[in-house]
Design a protein around this ligand. Structure first.
Ligand code: GUN
Length: 297
């Protein structure tokens, strides 16, 4: 029997734990706040940011939102980040990616104060993660780790294959899986567009994390019987729906669920976890900045 991993349920439990952290912080006179910055008119990015703001409201985190015209000079974004870095009421800052081509993404990621970098993308935080001393684990791979833990899927000694090497998912995911720490200790292979014998590698895995950004890239014929399949993909494909498209993962769910021991659906798998871990990082940031101990979920 294939177990369907319920990301909504696990995320709800994390949000509840975050609400408790907000109460602890508030009792110490600290109101955690998250600032989102959007420099894009991509409807998907707009939707993601508004969902993040709604999540904040639900758990009692104060939300701040700044929109910058995508045609504005890059300096406007850098100045905005500087202002948010200086603000006492902003615990965490998230600049929604992608930013326009005329904005240097590397500069943006370095500009956010590492103590407020709830994405975990600043080189200081990337370095800390790799060194096994993470401050903010990036939200999506951290959410995957929490899902595996919630379903008692053992990573220690497991053969894990991460498909995709992005800075946001693939690289930090692999780094978390190899850490000598709970949720780690996996023998981890990272596959990407130049990988030879991809099928063979995926077929040897106990845990497959698909984060290639290609619809249906992993299918049942590639999987080992009983493997855990985590689908990070959110791909827009044309479909005969009201909107004219539908969102599908990187895994061909129907064939994969015939073979997998456990599998995440899209939607309702990793997506809600990414959002929940952003709230987690925000209360963690507030606790660190104000020296308040919070009992993180
Ligand atoms: N765009 C897509 N995923 C992410 C993310 O995790 N953080 C930010 N800031 N932008 C994104």
């Amino acid at each position: 029997m294939t177990e369907v991993i319920d990301g909504e349920a696990v995320a709800a439990a994390i949000r509840s734990g975050v609400s408790d952290c907000v109460e602890t912080l508030t009792a110490s006179g600290v109101r955690p706040g998250l600032a989102t910055v959007l420099m894009s008119d991509d409807p998907a990015s707009e939707t993601y940011v508004s969902m993040k703001q709604r999540d904040c409201e639900e758990v009692g985190i104060e939300g701040f939102h700044v929109e910058i015209d995508p045609d504005a000079p890059a300096s406007e974004l850098y100045d905005t980040i500087d202002d948010l870095n200086d603000r006492e009421d902003v615990s965490g800052i998230l600049v929604q990616l992608p930013v326009p081509d005329h904005v240097d993404k590397r500069t943006v990621l370095r500009r956010v104060a590492p103590e407020k970098d709830v994405d975990g993308f600043h080189p200081e935080n990337v370095g800390r993660l790799v060194a096994g001393d993470a401050r903010f684990k990036p939200c999506t791979p951290h959410g995957v780790q929490k899902l595996l833990d919630a379903y008692d899927i053992e990573t220690e000694g497991a053969d894990a294959v991460v498909v995709g090497r992005s800075d946001i998912v693939g690289k930090p995911m692999a780094n978390l899986l190899i850490q000598k720490a709970p949720g780690g200790n996996a023998t981890t292979t990272v596959c990407h567009s130049r990988t030879r014998n991809l099928e063979e590698k995926v077929g040897s895995a106990d845990i497959v994390v698909a984060a290639a950004g290609i619809p249906g890239f992993v299918d049942g014929s590639m999987l080992k019987e009983g493997a855990t399949v985590i689908d990070v993909g959110i791909n827009k494909v044309d479909a005969d729906t009201e909107k004219g498209y539908e969102l599908v993962g990187d895994v061909d769910y129907d064939s994969a669920s015939e073979v997998a021991g456990a599998i995440t659906p899209v939607p309702g798998g990793v997506g809600p976890m990414t959002r929940a871990m952003l709230l987690y990082n925000t209360v963690k940031a507030a606790g660190l900045q104000h020296d308040v101990d919070v009992d993180l979920p």
